[in-house]
Design a protein around this ligand. Structure first.
Ligand code: SAH
Ligand code: DHB
Ligand code: MG
Length: 223
């Protein structure tokens, strides 16, 4: 199996199941034109995020790692008009591109983008009393994933859904001796999910246009 096949099959499913959306297409175009890294979820993964948020009946969403706002737009589209999505981004250039993309998608009233290191903005958000969030999407710097999970638990309730991207990393996740801080962060995150009595979790490997990676999903089962 090759990357080319994975990309072809992703295109097949995307053509069938993911209707073209001008604002989402524009978000990818402006992100690429601005030189942002192509780390956005793929279109069929974005649709998965939308479906998860809809299944969850989410009214409030927290996203850690905005980039150009592509996943943000997918998630915000699941919300009712009085819903709220807070998204955290450390890079001013990414945030600027995202703000334009979110506005172009007509979602500025729903989406609140906070510029800053997430470990600085998360305590502020907690203090502002926005929580609990119905869904939390963790997709920023992987070395901080253990801390992001701690915050996600703090900012959730029984029934909240926590989703984390990139928990497989080309299979490197099973490398006990890896010196890659991202692999270590993801491994520690997975171990925390395993030992945390307040969540029921699983993880799934994926292949597709973004290569070989995966998602973890955790349902908060106790306050
Ligand atoms: N969720 C996006 C992709 C996010 S890529 C999508 O699917 O469309 C990861 C993002 O996290 C990058 O934009 C990066 O700048 C941001 N990031 C990295 N470290 C961060 C930190 N400490 N706090 C907040 N954001 C951070
Ligand atoms: C990277 C980050 C992501 O969130 C992603 O989905 C893919 C790649 C990265 O930092 O390499
Ligand atoms: Mg990601």
């Amino acid at each position: 199996m090759t990357q080319e096949q994975w990309t072809t099959v992703d295109r097949y499913f995307t053509d069938l199941l993911v209707p073209t959306d001008p604002a989402l297409d524009a978000a990818l175009q402006t992100s690429a034109a601005a030189g942002l890294p192509p780390h956005n979820v793929s279109p069929n993964q974005g649709k998965l995020l939308l479906l998860l948020a809809q299944i969850q009946g989410a009214r409030t969403i927290l996203e850690i790692g905005t980039l150009g706002g592509y996943s943000t737009i997918w998630l915000a589209r699941a919300l009712p008009s009085d819903g709220r999505l807070l998204t955290l981004e450390a890079d001013p250039k990414h945030a600027e591109v995202a703000r334009v993309n979110i506005a172009h998608a007509g979602l500025s009233n729903i989406v609140d983008l906070r510029l800053g290191q997430a470990l600085s903005t998360l305590p502020q958000i907690a203090a502002e009393g926005h929580s609990p969030f119905d869904l939390i999407f963790i997709d920023a710097d992987k070395p901080n994933n253990p801390d992001y999970l701690r915050w996600a638990l703090k900012l959730s309730r029984r029934g909240s859904l926590i989703v984390a991207d990139n928990v497989v990393r080309d299979g490197a996740v099973v490398d006990v001796t890896s010196s890659d801080p991202s692999v270590q962060g993801v491994r520690r995150f997975n171990e925390m999910l395993a030992s945390e009595p307040r969540v029921s979790a699983t993880a799934i490997q994926t292949v597709g246009s973004k290569g070989y990676d995966g998602f973890a999903i955790a349902l908060v089962t106790a306050d």
